[in-house]
Ligand binder design. Structure first.
Ligand code: ADP
Length: 375
């Protein structure tokens, strides 16, 4: 469609018929005479043919625009001036509309282009993420195989299967086994995170007492805590039966407990409570939010507001310096979150730097499984 600036102006397209009729009315009222308006080719646009009436050619920017016919010269003069004004306004109107449309088109084209670039970047990131997960899975699998041999042979040596060993050799072997176990734990976590990143982890389903699981995990940490004079207090209230995967729930409890002990200074306090409560920090009153809560609180170093947003991300550690005192991989909370959510629960933390942290993990009292969850 030609724009207002391309070629001669078509009067019928530019000025609506109603406006031409109003022009004729105005002329009729002002000078008491009839006027007829034709386009530049002579087709009648407004008014009625008056055979033999004098005609006037009207131009716009040196191009023929219209013809006016009237027996009254005053009507021709007034009509020509008014038509000039109408065309001027209509032209300005069309110019504004076209400019607006062109601007919109440009913005749309820019947005489409930007969208395409973003889509390409997202596809590339997804591909990199997939490669990273594959790399982690393959690497940890390849590392685990020789490590299990190292552990196996060290155990055989320690048991004296290759001949008697001296007490000092036994100590060395104990250290080798201890460190190899630690390494195996880290490699297994990396493997678990890689598998969690590739989809919701498959779960076993069984009715379990959360209190029993928590009590046995607390017992595992008691010796370490006692050495540093940290008291672990366990409290349990009401019915604490959940339906879920024993191994994964144990891993959740163990991560939270190990962090609480690890990040609490000597002579500090760790409290563990299992109790019924809401599923998420937002309280539901319609009953859908009924859950069993595992609350692990400590009087430790706490976590800054900036770091809280990231602690559930893989490999994130608040203090990642090489002189870091605490050890660990930064994977415990990532796995805990993935496993809690796979059970239909939530995990969150309330923390104050320098005062301590309270982690809450919840498990639905009525399990949110479908029937494909496994045995
Ligand atoms: P890590 O193996 O380092 O413990 P996690 O994923 O379990 O990895 O935790 C990530 C980070 O979150 C930790 O390195 C630590 O900085 C912070 N964090 C977790 N639990 C606590 C806690 N109870 N008190 C203070 N900081 C914590």
């Amino acid at each position: 469609m030609p724009g207002p600036l391309d070629g001669p102006i078509e009067l019928a397209r530019l000025v609506p018929a109603g406006e031409l009729e109003e022009l004729l009315d105005a002329v009729r009222r002002a000078v008491g005479a009839e006027l007829a308006i034709y386009d530049r080719r002579g087709a009648l646009l407004a008014g009625s043919e008056a055979a033999g009436a004098p005609c006037r050619d009207v131009e716009h920017d040196g191009e023929p625009l219209a013809k006016l016919a009237s027996t009254s010269p005053a009507a021709l003069d007034l009509g020509e001036r008014m038509l000039g004004l109408l065309v001027h306004h209509a032209n300005a109107r069309e110019l504004a509309a076209t400019t607006h449309e062109a601007a919109m088109r440009l913005t749309f084209a820019e947005l489409t282009e930007q969208n395409l670039r973003l889509q390409r970047a997202v596809a590339r990131l997804e591909e990199l993420d997939r490669l990273k997960s594959n790399f982690l899975a393959t690497m940890s699998h390849e590392l685990r195989t020789p490590l299990t041999s190292v552990i196996g042979y060290a155990e055989m040596l320690a048991e004296g299967l290759a001949g008697p060993i001296a007490p000092e050799q036994r100590d060395y072997l104990a250290t080798i086994l201890n460190k190899a176990d630690q390494l195996l734990g880290m490699i297994t976590s990396v493997l678990d995170v890689a598998s969690v990143e590739s989809g919701v982890p498959p779960l076993e389903r069984a009715s379990l007492s959360l209190t029993d699981i928590v009590a046995s995990e607390v017992a595992m940490f008691t010796a370490t805590a006692r050495k540093r004079e940290i008291a672990i207090q366990l409290e349990t209230r009401g019915d604490t039966i959940v339906v879920g995967d024993r191994k994964k729930i144990r891993q959740i409890v163990s991560s939270l407990l190990s962090n609480a002990v690890k990040f609490t200074p000597d002579r500090g306090k760790v409290g563990v409570c299992v109790r019924p409560g809401p599923l998420s920090p937002v309280i539901h009153d319609n009953g859908d939010g009924r859950a069993i809560q595992l609350v692990v609180s400590d009087s430790g170093i706490g976590i800054s507001r900036d770091a809280v947003a990231k602690i559930f991300e893989p490999f994130f550690q608040v203090d990642s310096s090489s002189t870091r005192a605490f050890g660990g991989t930064g994977l415990g909370l990532t796995l805990a979150k993935a496993y809690v959510e796979a059970h239909g629960g939530r995990i969150w933390v309330d923390t104050t730097p320098g005062q301590g942290s309270t982690f809450v993990a919840t498990f639905p009292a009525r399990p949110a499984f479908d029937d494909q969850g496994g045995a």
